[in-house]
Design a binder for this molecule. Structure first.
Ligand SMILES: NC(=O)c1ccc[n+]([C@@H]2O[C@H](COP(=O)([O-])OP(=O)(O)OC[C@H]3O[C@@H](n4cnc5c(N)ncnc54)[C@H](O)[C@@H]3O)[C@@H](O)[C@H]2O)c1
Length: 382
């Protein structure tokens, strides 16, 4: 099967590399000739490095599977086309419409969107049943997780076919309902949002929260370091999009602290300043040595994360097994959140949430009905 990729940016090039390495001939299309040229050069250099490291046998063999095109007509013989262009619904809809005119009736059309509704993209197509979400993570060649998202119009047989294909590509697929943020970008929100809230309330500073979440809770990066690493142009925008898409559910409310960073152009590591200052010679702020607050910070952020995972299970966003895979493979959490809840005890987690709800009287801290049920019945999730 020939695979088509629309968009040769960070994600498109990465997905193209994965497909070609798995043995497919790959057609990469971009409407920006310079972007296409850059992708071609970068792919050749990346494959060369992989060959030198002994990870692949022949960079040239893989490179020969690519063709680069400035016209959608190049997709005519593709069996699967994956779109990874700018995150704008109207642009995506228009491009899907164009592609549909040139591909065969049984060509599968997939979108790598992080935040848009697959159902609305499918609605722009003449054959919406062939449209599906395939959400890779950045960098696509290294991150194992792929969220498969059927639109409400998608032919159900496609789900199994895409799962099989992703396994062949060496990926770890999970299936997510077409809801805002799918699994990872929804369930991970409190890691950022609750950490910022704790900081804004003056309970602990960024360095202390980061230190606690890594050294005590076992996360690879603290929330502020991670937000700076992702970039506030990406992380804040995902939060805002998820918040709007959930009809302004206060659980996902963005923060002014992060919005101001974006407005200032303090995008994080890539711009030299975010929550932290990365300018040479600037000392990193120290975490307080008083760790009395550690238990409170971990319990509060963890309870919010677990609640989000449990609620996603309750609302049928994904299976318990897929939720666990998504959070450990997609964002490298030290444990699946449902298993973490079992270990901690649903009743203990619920007590933290109910305590916050009692204190703040904010809907943000409402516990999922499923968490309450498990706490009352003393049941485990996994
Ligand atoms: N970057 C991430 O971390 C990440 C992770 C998962 C999913 N995504 C999603 O993947 C998609 C692409 O993201 P990215 O980070 O690779 O973006 P990018 O800006 O790096 O690349 C986008 C590419 O699409 C091309 N393009 C734009 N409009 C086009 C059009 N109408 N026709 C053809 N080509 C067009 C651009 O020239 C550019 O080369 C988005 O939907 C994004 O939400 C991004």
């Amino acid at each position: 099967m020939i695979v088509g990729i629309i968009g040769s940016g960070a994600m498109g090039a990465g997905i193209a590399q994965v497909a070609a390495t798995a043995g497919h001939n790959v057609v990469v299309y971009d409407n920006n000739a310079a972007a296409l040229e850059k992708a071609k050069k970068n792919l050749a250099a990346t494959l060369q490095k992989l060959q030198e490291k002994g990870k692949i046998t022949s960079a040239d063999d893989i490179m020969q599977r690519f063709s680069f095109a400035g016209e959608v007509s190049a997709f005519a013989d593709c069996g699967l086309v994956i779109e990874a262009i700018v995150e704008k619904i109207e642009v995506k809809k228009a491009v899907f419409g164009e592609v549909e005119k040139v591909v065969s009736a049984d060509c599968i059309l997939a979108s790598n969107t992080s935040s848009l509704s697959i159902t609305s993209i499918a609605a722009a197509c003449e054959k919406p049943d062939r449209v599906i979400g395939l959400h890779f993570f950045n960098p696509a060649p290294l991150m194992a997780l792929v969220e498969i998202i059927p639109a409400i119009q998608t032919d159900v047989a496609l789900i199994g076919r895409m799962k099989e294909l992703m396994l062949k590509w060496g990926k770890t697929p999970v299936i997510a309902k077409d809801t805002p943020g799918f699994i990872v970008n929804r369930v991970a929100r409190p890691f950022y949002g609750e950490a910022i809230r704790i900081m804004e309330e003056g309970i602990a500073d960024i360095a202390t929260i980061d230190h606690i979440m890594t050294s005590v809770a076992g996360f690879k990066m603290g929330p502020f370091t991670l937000m700076d690493y992702i970039g506030h142009d990406v992380n804040y925008v995902v939060t805002e999009t998820v918040f709007q898409s959930f009809f302004y559910d206060p659980r996902y409310k963005p923060s002014f602290s992060q919005k101001r960073l974006l407005e200032a152009g303090w995008l994080g590591r890539k711009s030299g300043r975010g929550f932290y200052n990365y300018a040479e010679g600037t000392p990193s702020p120290d975490a307080t040595s008083d760790m009395d607050i550690a238990g409170y910070v971990v319990d509060r952020i963890l309870a919010m994360l677990i609640n989000e995972a449990v609620d996603a299970l309750y609302l049928g966003v994904a299976s318990a097994a897929d939720l666990e895979i998504a959070m450990t493979k997609g964002v490298n959490y030290p444990k699946g959140l449902l298993a973490w809840c079992d270990e901690w005890g649903a009743a203990n987690c619920l007590a933290v949430l109910d305590g916050l709800y009692e204190q703040y009287h904010e809907d943000r801290y409402r516990a999922s009905p499923l968490l309450r049920k498990h706490a009352i019945e003393n049941k485990k999730f996994v």
